[in-house]
Design a protein around this ligand. Structure first.
Ligand SMILES: [Zn+2]
Length: 355
């Protein structure tokens, strides 16, 4: 899995460098949605126990605790982080400098050096009505976390890491498939022809009972650490079991704050068919619809690059490396954006492999 993560990192960066993104300006324009940036020193300990446990996530990012209360979903507020439950602020340090460290597993004496990042700023970011496509979101009270890396060369590139699934109540709410209201051109979780789809599906369950959502979370936390240790900035959509952000909201935040968007998933088939990404269907009307029209080729470049890299590292790849699926994510993405399926129900998803 380290190979996979490394290839994602290098491939994502190639695309970011190519796509002439202007997200810095966007982030500045939306400062109001970014709450209380605080500066921390992050210590990434490669000898730590399994990343992806909530314990790890909370130590890196004590800011966020998503509300379970679904009553918040109907709120028409601006989604600012002030919606967060009380009690989290006390842990934030209110912008004070601090040291945030990954827990070290029983002093596994130094297989490798910990990476220390001084001056990392951490802030929660939420939807505001002014963000493009925000009005299409139905579950939007949660917030994501933006880790701004001070690295002078790479820190300006923000990778959105989106751990697929993990939105309580997401299955019982629907959102519009396409911003122009047109019907889906392929099947997926929702069939072709539908104009609305499940806001966030619950994902599949592996044979051993592990949920896809828990595995994508573990992967996302590992990817975050590796990106930060390489100097990049990261937008984490979800770092706990639940975030009240549907697929539209996740995409809107990625569009606003990141340069590329990688959603992590495992497919529901049971053949260990290999990794692939979801490409944009070759349907003229769909590819002509904005923001798909302006984005799909860059998304394919990102997906192709990651898949080629994985293949080169000996990772099993599904024939062709991609599958054309009309997804909410790519239908609303204005930055290079892919749904990456890293395997399926029958693939090895053990902690050892994730690490
Ligand atoms: Zn999935």
């Amino acid at each position: 899995m380290k190979k996979i993560i490394r290839m994602i990192i290098s491939s994502a960066m190639v695309t970011c460098l190519l796509c002439s993104c202007t997200k810095d300006n966007a982030a500045v324009d939306n400062e109001a949605a970014e709450e209380k940036p605080r500066e921390v020193t992050l210590i990434l300990d490669p000898n730590a126990g399994a990343a992806g446990t909530e314990e790890n996530a909370e130590q890196v990012k004590p800011e966020e605790s998503q509300p379970d209360d679904e009553s918040g979903e109907t709120a028409e507020g601006d989604g600012n982080a002030s919606d967060s439950p009380e009690g989290t602020a006390a842990e934030d340090g209110d912008g004070d400098e601090g040291t945030v460290s990954e827990p070290s597993a029983e002093a596994d004496s130094g297989e490798s050096e910990a990476t220390v990042i001084d001056g990392l700023t951490v802030s929660t970011v939420s939807l505001t009505d002014s963000m493009t496509y925000a009005s299409f979101s139905a579950i939007r009270t949660g917030s994501a976390t933006l880790y701004k890396n001070p690295d002078p060369a790479r820190g300006k590139y923000v990778v959105c890491v989106n751990a697929g699934h993990g939105t309580s109540g997401g299955q019982s709410v629907k959102t519009q498939c396409h911003p122009d209201g047109s019907p889906k051109v392929t099947g997926g979780t929702t069939g072709a022809g539908a104009t609305t789809a499940v806001a966030v599906s619950s994902g599949m369950t592996f044979g051993d009972g592990k949920s896809e959502a828990s595995v994508t979370l573990a992967q996302a936390l590992i990817l975050k650490e590796m990106l930060l240790s390489k100097g990049y900035s990261v937008l984490m959509i979800r770092e706990t079991d639940d975030v009240q952000l549907d697929n539209v909201a996740r995409t809107v935040l990625a569009n606003e704050y990141a340069d590329c968007h990688i959603a992590l998933h495992w497919d529901s088939s049971e053949s260990d068919k290999g990794a692939f990404y979801c490409s944009v269907p070759d349907v003229a009307s769909y590819r002509a619809m904005e923001p798909v029209a302006s984005t799909w080729q860059k998304s394919h470049a990102l997906g192709d690059s990651i898949i080629a890299g994985l293949k080169g590292q000996g990772i099993k790849i599904m024939s062709g490396g991609s599958m054309a699926i009309d997804l909410t994510q790519t239908s609303y993405s204005s930055i290079p954006s892919i749904d990456l399926e890293l395997g399926d129900k029958a693939s090895d998803h053990s902690e050892r492999r994730l690490r």
